[in-house]
Design a binder for this molecule. Structure first.
Ligand code: UDP
Ligand code: MG
Length: 336
């Protein structure tokens, strides 16, 4: 049995060594083999050097270096694309999710309890009330909006087996909302409840703007309800404006016109309807924007190089720019 541990890392110099030490102390004692796949998502601190050192010291470490920051979701996708294991465990670099649960996950999977074992947070430490509240509100909102039921209070921490990984890799969309796509794929998924710790060190890499982007990404890729809402709102407005028309006609013919004729009602109608129109346009824009992104067909991420003391792999169907080969072609071009 061979397990890949996927760890996305973005500016994690404060934790990365501790994370690897804890991961390996857990996995060394197991009967299964392990590879650690760290994805350096364009870090601009010492993460790169620290990961290179880990790869040189530990033959079970592989590092994928992105050419720039592509985001957490892209890093996880790269991990799944490049994993060699019979199953993969996705875990954050900051030890908020306890590595000690990995053997339990593998056990549950080996016993055939499910092809996906996902961590479900019963409580979380070290996060602001706003983060907890906004996360709770978001999970409830997306649950209502989504056509696929999505488990609540579930983050990225999970085990997925080879069948799930292969199915996931076949999904053609680029802007992936991973937490939603696994339930959509539909294999048997079993929760494993746990308490989420505080970040070991360093700052969250999910400031409000990124969190909102992830939330909108989730909503717009998993629901057409906002578009239906815009239509419903439009119908409601049509009815409201018809009633308003009746009122205007009645007041005109019964000569009960306001002192400054028509000003208040005109303004009201103008503001109200232009607001509705802008909201609906914005919703359309959100979906059209996503179509635009998909149509461009750009890869989700660009791997600059893969580092490991064992081997350097090139996986087909992903854009992989090996540093050396890239330089070689540049030199050939110069010669020509
Ligand atoms: N991360 C990443 N790329 C990014 C942002 C975050 O690879 O652009 C990684 C980060 O290093 C961590 C995980 O995604 O391993 C989750 O990020 P973080 O812990 O900062 O998020 P939070 O737990 O605060 O939601
Ligand atoms: Mg975290």
């Amino acid at each position: 049995m061979f397990i890949t541990i996927i760890v996305p890392c973005y500016n994690e110099e404060a934790v990365i060594e501790a994370t690897h030490t804890r991961l390996s102390s857990v996995c060394e004692e197991q009967t299964w083999d392990v590879e650690y796949l760290y994805i350096n998502d364009g870090s601009c601190d010492q993460t790169e050097q620290l990961l290179d050192t880990l790869a040189m010291q530990d033959s079970s470490v592989r590092v994928l270096k992105f050419s720039r920051n592509f985001g957490h979701q892209a890093a996880v996708c790269a991990g799944l694309d490049h994993a060699h294991g019979d199953a993969a465990v996705i875990i954050d670099a900051d030890l908020q999710d306890p590595p000690e649960l990995i053997p339990t996950m593998v056990d549950m999977w080996q016993k055939g309890e499910g092809r996906i074992i996902y961590g479900k947070r019963t409580s979380r430490d070290g996060e602001t009330w706003f983060k907890k509240w906004s996360a709770g509100a978001f999970y409830r909102l997306i649950d209502y909006l989504s056509d696929t039921p999505l488990p609540r209070d579930t983050g990225g921490f999970r085990l997925v087996d080879r069948k799930v990984i292969e199915a996931f890799k076949k999904l053609p969309e680029r802007n992936k909302y991973i937490r939603g796509l696994f339930p959509w794929l539909g294999f048997k998924a079993v929760p494993l409840e746990y308490h989420r710790d505080a970040r070991l060190a360093g700052e969250t890499k999910y400031p409000l703007a990124k969190m909102l982007r992830l939330a909108f990404n989730g909503i717009f890729s998993f629901s057409r309800k906002p578009l239906q809402m815009a239509t419903n709102l439009g119908v409601f407005n049509l009815v409201a404006s018809l009633l308003l028309m009746v009122y205007v006609f009645v007041s005109y013919f019964s000569k009960q016109i306001e002192s400054v004729p028509g000003w208040a009602s005109t303004m009201l109608v103008l503001v109200f309807f232009s607001g509705i129109q802008l909201v609906s346009l914005g919703l359309l824009g959100a979906y059209v924007g996503r179509i635009f992104e998909e149509v461009k067909g750009r890869p989700e991420y660009v791997v600059e190089e893969e580092i490991s003391c064992k081997r350097v792999n090139q996986i087909p169907n992903t854009v992989t720019l090996q540093k050396s080969s890239h330089q070689a072609t540049e030199q050939q071009k110069l010669k020509a």
